[in-house]
Design a protein around this ligand. Structure first.
Ligand SMILES: [Zn+2]
Length: 69
């Protein structure tokens, strides 16, 4: 399984979608929607905004899932 670095973020406020490249070694806690300027933060239990709002979970989590298989 390859680690995927592209994740499409969907803004929960306005529904805007944008593909972003995730950092492979760190989690991103904040993300500002370019349309409505809402600053997204991770949901409770999620380590980063990609896990909460992206269609692909973050690389560290992909690694965990891979190890857990
Ligand atoms: Zn938005």
């Amino acid at each position: 399984m390859e680690i995927i670095l592209q994740s499409t973020i969907t803004c929960p406020n306005c529904g805007h979608k944008k593909e972003e490249t995730m950092p492979s070694t760190a989690c991103q806690f904040f993300y500002k929607c370019e349309v409505c300027q809402t600053v997204l933060k991770p949901n409770a239990g999620d380590c980063c905004i990609y896990c909460s709002f992206g269609d692909v979970v973050c690389p560290p989590r992909q690694n965990e899932l891979k190890i857990g298989e």
